[in-house]
Design a protein around this ligand. Structure first.
Ligand code: TYD
Length: 136
């Protein structure tokens, strides 16, 4: 079973400025089909609030900070992202919410699928039902 995890990325320290990178199936365990970013989030706003049936993603705070709250159907874990040299791998079937954005936070998300509304679960009760059936 795939589990969420913080993945540290390579960090090339340089007096001219540091550099980090990620490559398909190397630092992250999938091939990237899509990248998107979330920015200009007003104070107190929350993004996400859904699960994906099959999509995997990797979330990085390129700048500023925010929290990613993951729910596996039983318990909730909060990950604070605040550096551009690590990120959070999120497997399918986790309810995930992005919150507590700092001013000027910039969230980069890479995913293994193109956008497909059909892969979203936006109803938390339906999500919990699906997870309960799995745990039994
Ligand atoms: P959504 O994933 O629902 O964002 P959040 O869960 O943070 O509210 O996306 C918001 C809208 O943006 C949705 O109506 C569809 C559109 N969208 C795309 O067209 N392509 C994308 O890659 C993403 C992530 C969203």
């Amino acid at each position: 079973m795939q589990l969420p995890q913080i993945i540290n990325l390579p960090k090339i320290l340089d007096p001219r400025g540091n550099l980090s990178f990620l490559e398909n199936n190397k630092q992250i365990p999938f091939e990237i089909k899509r990248s998107y970013w979330i920015y200009d989030v007003p104070g107190g706003e929350v993004r996400g609030g859904h699960a994906y049936k099959t999509l995997q993603e990797f979330i990085i705070a390129l700048s500023g900070s925010f929290d990613v709250v993951l729910h596996d159907g039983k318990q909730e874990v909060k990950y604070t992202l605040n550096r551009s040299y690590y990120g959070l791998y999120v497997p399918p079937m986790y309810w995930r919410q992005l919150e507590n954005f700092s001013t000027n936070a910039l969230s980069l998300i890479v995913a293994d699928q193109v956008y497909n509304e059909g892969d979203y679960i936006r109803d938390i009760s339906y999500f919990l039902e699906q997870k309960v059936n799995k745990f039994i």
